[in-house]
Design a protein around this ligand. Structure first.
Ligand SMILES: O=c1[nH]cnc2c1ncn2[C@H]1C[C@H](O)[C@@H](CO)O1
Ligand SMILES: [Zn+2]
Length: 341
């Protein structure tokens, strides 16, 4: 790993809590629940919960979430994994994070919506005190869920708006569930003042990008790889200043692109589209922000100056008031100056 990447201050905007649980913690919690695991040690378990070369689609990738799902059913676990994720990120000099999670996925064994959300917020508060890392939460509606459940996420989440929750998202299997199923929920979210980001164009369906912007009011798009297929869609992103939350390693694993040479990031940047770089799922994708940036440097010829520009895009795209963005810019600039960057 390039030392400079470890040192520079970073921002993470697209990180799923359930996909980013420390494997050791997940293993411990599963055994505590009496789960029978067909692995002999943590090394084998790590392989079980992260994708390898064999992954051939997003659907395949999403199968890895069956283990995390079992451990996010208790408030104390949720608080702990949030806190630990932030601890890990702070060690990588990440200054600000937006953590996303689907409250309904944690309500399968009796937790209430409020218990789930407040557990995440407690973990975030504790991490802020101990590691001085800033964070906010994004509530996820799942694509396969009914529009009614998505409405509930928006309604129940309203009281946390500005108190740790900043946005709503739509995630899950994009192939079978188009954005319009959730139109009403995102209309309500828009009216209530949520920021909106939508996973769209992750695995080829380019129409989902304009649908997410025009029908669901997305200000940011998760992935957006398929935009490259249609100049009109690229123009829309540029014109409306919609930032893309790209996650290169995850995108290769889900076969959003066939090879790194086809990764459209350079074209997007040349066209003036706002790109940010993120991990998606640190455990499932076996990645870190440092690895993502190193990947761009090693494979696509990005310089450290290019990386710093991408980090500045993340500040700009963050769901934060202007004053907090300025604060982040200031502390990032100060730290970069130590390294003459
Ligand atoms: O990259 C992704 N695309 C679509 N859905 C995803 C991705 N990563 C995670 N998810 C799903 C699976 C998780 O259980 C859920 C909530 O984080 O979101
Ligand atoms: Zn995602």
């Amino acid at each position: 790993m390039k030392e400079i990447l470890k040192k520079i201050p970073k921002i993470e905007l697209h990180c799923h809590l359930d996909g980013s649980i420390r494997p050791e913690t997940m293993y411990e919690l599963l055994l505590k629940e009496g789960e029978k695991l067909e692995v002999k040690d943590i090394k084998e378990f790590e392989k079980l919960v992260s994708v390898r070369e064999e992954c051939d689609s997003l659907k395949e990738y999403l199968k890895k979430f069956s283990y995390p799902l079992k451990v996010v059913q208790r408030g104390e676990n949720i608080e702990r994994i949030t806190y630990e994720l932030l601890e890990d990120l702070s060690k990588q000099n990440v200054k600000y994070v937006e953590i996303r999670f689907a409250p309904f996925l944690s309500m399968e064994k009796g937790l209430s919506f409020d218990e789930v959300v407040s557990s995440v917020l407690k973990g975030m508060d504790r991490a802020k005190e101990e590691f001085n890392i800033l964070s906010n939460a994004i509530l996820i509606c799942m694509r396969y869920d009914s529009g009614e459940n998505s409405l509930k996420v928006v309604e129940y989440g309203e009281k946390y708006l500005g108190k740790g929750v900043v946005a709503v998202d739509l995630a899950g299997n994009e192939h079978d569930f188009p954005p319009e199923i959730h139109k009403e929920a995102f209309q309500l979210a828009y009216e209530k003042g949520y920021n909106i980001t939508i996973h769209a164009g992750e695995t080829g369906i380019v129409e989902n990008i304009p649908k997410s912007v025009e029908l669901l009011h997305a200000k940011r798009i998760g992935h957006g790889i398929a935009a490259i297929k249609d100049p009109k869609v690229m123009e829309l992103l540029k014109e409306k200043n919609i930032f893309l939350e790209m996650c290169p390693i995850s995108n290769l694993q889900t076969k959003s692109v066939d090879s790194i040479e086809d990764y459209p990031i350079r074209t997007y940047l040349e066209e003036g589209i706002g790109v940010t770089i993120n991990t998606d799922n640190t455990t499932v994708s076996n990645t870190t922000l440092d690895k993502e940036y190193e990947f761009l440097m090693d494979n696509l010829g990005f310089s450290i100056e290019d990386i710093i520009k991408l980090i500045d895009n993340s500040v700009e795209a963050a769901f934060l008031p202007q004053s907090e963005k300025e604060y982040l810019r200031k502390i990032i600039k100060e730290e970069l100056s130590i390294y003459k960057l």
